[in-house]
Design a protein around this ligand. Structure first.
Ligand code: PLP
Length: 437
């Protein structure tokens, strides 16, 4: 008998194309047929499903948004007060100016700010502003930047252009063919790949777009070299910090590396789960937003501003980044210890606050599915990536690692006999984007 979440998920897939609004929350990305799918309530790092089962979240903590933990009392108090006093009116929210000053104080190279609600939307806004400022259409990019036409158009030239940038297998259906050749991918830590694009299209490139760090650290002054190339061809350099921002330091991760972009984009972590995204930039670039129409009703609503202000101030007061990093390191050490004890080959990667495990065996997806399946039985939500949260504690992490040991030991035997799939109660997890029905 399926759990209530799966029964509802089956129905959802018949009336919502793809089942929901975000690939990373599809059950099939974790544990097809068994993932609890929906929640009734959440608090700290715990979630209760529709059947009343409680889980500790070692998966995504709201896809990386809930850095402080679910239902953080301070953020919720500020949000509730904004609701009680009116969160959407004819006049503007004064908090948007306060939040702008807070962000500019943390990023002294920037002098202007715009807002939206989601990461992809903020990326599209930054793209428009940067193209307006540079007067040139083409974009050289590296990393993931959302679902909008400007980005997915990259696959019009070659269906595999985006494969090396986080999400393989994205078809550019519905993206105007006229955008072909406007978004050109280069590879992280591979300055030659950017140089090649500049050689072929240098005078038409108005924007260089990248995540300053996702998995590996920048090597051989990669960020400085990209900065120098942007200056040389007169392109706007955008750092997309939607995932990297406010995790290992109380600002964009680029502040740690001392490389200044022309614009930077934030999302996910800054509102502790309430929708808000922020674009900051240099005045001469951001001012172009006055000559191109960028405007939307709900970019003005109050909840996002107060949530972000409270989250960022809490981040600064409590040094949340130190906890996120420490917890990530402890999970990595735990996994590496388990792999030695159980004699399984794994790789861990990513910044510690967004750590990732890969099983190195004949069927990595089956191994991950088995790990998720067995940990679900013990009350953990687990995927291949863990976004750490301030709501963890050393004890919570120790218990997670201890409870993982028998699973690793069993998995070791199954890998040896190449029989993991015999122990999967349903099918193995999906690894990328595809049709569900
Ligand atoms: C670097 C980066 N940019 C943009 C996005 C898109 O953000 P959203 O899912 O809020 O639209 C993401 C989401 O994962 C991201 O990691």
């Amino acid at each position: 008998m399926k759990n209530s979440g799966q029964l509802l998920w089956d129905k959802a897939k018949t009336i919502i194309p793809g089942g929901n609004q975000l690939l990373s929350k599809r059950c099939e990305m974790f544990l097809p047929g068994l993932w609890p799918a929906y929640y009734k309530k959440a608090n700290g790092c715990e979630i209760w499903d529709l059947d009343g089962n409680k889980y500790v979240d070692f998966a995504q903590m709201g896809v990386g948004s809930s850095v402080l933990g679910y239902c953080d009392p301070d953020v919720n108090r500020a949000v509730k007060s904004a609701i009680d006093e009116g969160s959407m009116t004819t006049l503007n929210s004064y908090e948007e100016v306060e939040l702008a000053e807070l962000m500019l104080g943390l990023h002294p190279w920037a002098s202007m700010v715009r807002y939206s609600k989601t990461g992809g939307e903020a990326c599209a806004i930054a793209t428009r502003i940067a193209r307006a400022a540079s007067g040139k259409d083409k974009i050289a990019f590296c990393g993931y930047h959302g679902w909008h036409d400007w980005y997915i158009s990259s696959n019009l030239s070659d269906n595999a252009n985006l494969d090396g940038q986080l999400l393989p297998g994205l078809e550019p259906k519905g993206v105007p063919r006229g955008l072909k050749g406007t978004a050109l991918p280069f590879n992280y830590n591979d300055i030659e790949s950017l140089d090649q694009i500049i050689k072929d299209h240098g005078d038409q490139i108005g924007v260089i777009y990248m995540e300053p760090q996702r998995g590996n650290e920048p090597k051989d002054s990669f960020l400085q070299k990209v900065r120098a190339r942007a200056d040389k061809i007169n392109a706007v350099l955008i750092f997309d910090e939607v995932t990297s921002g406010f995790r290992i330091n109380p600002s964009g991760i680029h502040m740690k590396y001392g490389v200044e972009p022309d614009m930077a984009i934030f999302g996910k972590a800054i509102g502790n789960g309430y929708p808000i995204s922020i674009i900051i930039g240099k005045k001469e670039i951001m001012d172009s937003a006055q000559s191109t129409f960028i405007s939307s009703t709900f970019w003005t609503e109050r909840i996002g501003f107060v949530a972000a202000k409270t989250t960022i101030n809490k981040f600064l007061d409590l040094k949340v980044h130190d906890y996120l990093t420490d917890y990530g390191n402890k999970i990595n050490e735990g996994w590496i210890g388990l792999s030695k004890e159980a004699n399984i080959s794994i790789a861990v990667s990513g910044i510690p606050p967004l750590t990732h495990i890969d099983f190195k065996c004949y069927d990595p997806a089956a191994a991950q599915t088995y790990y998720t399946q067995e940990m679900l039985k013990k009350g953990y939500l687990l995927g291949a990536s863990v976004y750490t949260t301030y709501a963890y504690s050393d004890d919570i992490i120790s218990s997670f690692i201890e409870e993982s040991l028998p699973v690793f030991q069993q998995l070791s035997k199954l890998i040896e006999t190449q029989s993991i799939s015999n122990e999967l109660l349903f099918e193995k997890k999906h690894s990328g984007f595809k049709r569900l029905t």
